[in-house]
Design a protein around this ligand. Structure first.
Ligand SMILES: [Zn+2]
Length: 120
């Protein structure tokens, strides 16, 4: 996982459809690469594909760069569905809440799996 070097532009070109479930946007809208964790983390997360999802412009505008637990779970489930090569949820969770317990990480990983099974 993650052994291939890839730039943000190259990754964007490889992912031409919106990760939001049920969204048919592909060429209708301009696509955006969204950092699951942005804000103060963006300088770092914009360099690493583990933190990226691809969204159409309307979905991009609707999604915060500081996700709630529920949104983090959803976005990581979309990531698994569309980009398993760069899917490493624990890495994302531990940046999101650097002091969270292993038990909380496990709980989130289970919730991501449940959401993934629901949307796949
Ligand atoms: Zn969309």
């Amino acid at each position: 996982m993650g052994i291939r070097q890839i730039t943000r532009t190259e990754w964007g070109e490889e992912h031409d459809s919106c990760f939001h479930p049920g969204c048919a946007a592909r060429y209708r809208y301009t696509m955006e690469t969204h950092e699951i964790l942005g804000g103060a983390d963006r300088a770092f997360t914009s360099q690493h594909p583990f933190y990226w999802i691809r969204l159409c412009r309307p979905h991009h505008a609707a999604i915060s760069s500081r996700p709630s637990p529920g949104m983090l779970i959803a976005e990581l489930a979309w990531k698994k569905l569309h980009d398993e090569e760069w899917y490493d949820p624990e890495r994302v969770i531990r940046l999101w809440r650097s002091k969270c317990t292993d038990e909380y990480v496990k709980e989130l990983l289970e919730a991501i799996e449940t959401e993934y099974q629901r949307i796949k």
